[in-house]
Structures are given as structure tokens and as C-alpha cells.
Design a protein around this ligand. Sequence first.
Ligand SMILES: NC(=O)c1ccc[n+]([C@@H]2O[C@H](COP(=O)([O-])OP(=O)(O)OC[C@H]3O[C@@H](n4cnc5c(N)ncnc54)[C@H](O)[C@@H]3O)[C@@H](O)[C@H]2O)c1
Length: 249
Amino acid sequence: MDLNEKRVIVTGGASGIGMVLVDQLVDEGAIVGVLDIDQKALLRLGGRYSSLYCRACDVSQPDSVETAVDDFFKEFGRIDVLVNNAGIVHSALLVALGPRGIVSHDIEMWDKIISTNLSSVFYVTTQVVRRMVSQRTKGVIVNVSSISAVGNIGQSAYSAAKAGVVALTVTWAKELGTLGIRVAGIAPGFTKTDTTIGSMSETILSNWIRDTPLRRMAKPKEIADGIVFILKSDFFNGRVLEIDGGLRI
Ligand SMILES: NC(=O)c1ccc[n+]([C@@H]2O[C@H](COP(=O)([O-])OP(=O)(O)OC[C@H]3O[C@@H](n4cnc5c(N)ncnc54)[C@H](O)[C@@H]3O)[C@@H](O)[C@H]2O)c1
């Protein structure tokens, strides 16, 4: 796909990997809409590009998603690409023995992680694909999973959500391929964003770096490059591209 003039929605594009991706898409000439819950970060991003469509939206809320996607569609007349990138991390063991006895994984956090990282992908994609199909658009959907999808200690909810994202990717690639819509995923390893650095101790972080053959974290641009590669590669479909510095080999 040539990205010039393509109408692209990026969820969670106001910071981290999504923000770097937005820079690259704008450079390629795409018309980009960013749906993000963080209004301050959206304002900062909107200040950088006057052409950007920045929209406050909580992707875990189906009504909020429907209105935001519909407004983008009415404004730009088409949607060619969706990147489901919004996500939050939560680390907690299923059951841990703490100083005050046994503590188990919080159910509220389970629900929040599943709705933000998995249900959101279903909500946004449904709204986007029904518009692609109505206009016979040969579009592309990229879902951001994680290497945690294979199961990661202390990340029950996050790992389950990211594994669900892989399952949706394969299911939709099979369902939508005959309509000319490609669906693929990307599974980053540890990537140097504020969220990742802030969500784990230095010891855990340096252990992950030690276990990565390249002995470092990914730069957000290296993950965004992978997403752009998928968008431009017209025969890449139903697969999840792992960019992890070799951590999982
Ligand atoms: N950074 C990593 O190490 C890493 C590794 C594997 C996968 N990932 C995945 O990559 C994606 C981006 O991660 P990142 O590190 O850039 O994170 P980030 O926190 O820098 O960016 C995530 C963005 O999503 C937005 N967001 C969060 N909840 C939202 C909601 N309910 N509605 C709308 N927007 C919401 C945030 O405001 C933020 O702008 C996530 O899906 C994450 O799970 C990241």
C-alpha cells in the first residue's frame, strides 16, 4: 500500500510507539486520525501538526469508539488503515504471599486490562471494517500484540489480552481476506517508552535486557518501522511480526 493520501486511524497515538508511528505516517503523506484517552498528550501532538485529527476517545467504551470513528469517517470520507495500538500494562502475580498474607490478582484490574487491550480492538475494528466494507475499501488493519502473548510471569491479564489480540488477527485475516482487507499483527519485545520504563523496577528491566541477545530494548521507531513495513507489504496477512531483539528465539 502506498500511504500517500491514505486515511489512517491510530489508537493510542498520543505517546510512545503510536506517536512515533504518527510521525512516520505524516511523513508518508497519510491523513492521520489519533484516538487517545490522554487529552493533554493529544493537545501537545496536535500542536506539532495542524493537519492531524486528534480526538479524545476511550477505546474501552463502545459508544465513545462509535462516535469517534463515525466523526473521522464523515470528515475524511473513507478509512483505509487502522492501527490498534492503544494499551496499558499491569503486572501482578495470580497469587502472591505478601507480608500481610496471600494477595491475589485484582479482579477490577483484570477487567480493565481486558477491556482496554482486547475488547477495544474488537470495538474499534468492528466500526472501521463495516465502513471499509460499505465502500469496498481494500484496507489494512494492524493489531499491536506483545511477546507477552505467549505467557509472561506476573502478567495474567496482559498476556491473555495480547494472546486474544493474536487470535482476533488470525480470525479476521481469514474472514476479510476475500474482501481485499488485510489484517496482521506486531508483537514488540521490550521497547523504550516512558510507560515501560515506569512500569518495572531497574532489576527486572536489566534482567530482560540481559536475556535479549542484542542486549538492549527496542527503540519506538524500530517498532513503528515494523508497522509501516506491514502496511506497505501487500502480501503480509494474518501473521504477527515479532520484533524483540531475539528475546524469544
Ligand atoms: N513498550 C513496550 O515495551 C511494549 C511491548 C510490547 C507491546 N507493547 C504494546 O504497544 C502499544 C503501545 O505501547 P507504548 O509502550 O507505546 O505505550 P504508551 O503508554 O506510551 O502509549 C499508549 C497510548 O495508549 C493510550 N491509551 C491508553 N488507554 C487508552 C484508552 N482506554 N483509550 C484510548 N487510548 C488509550 C495512552 O494514553 C497512550 O497515549 C501497547 O498496545 C502496548 O501494549 C508495548
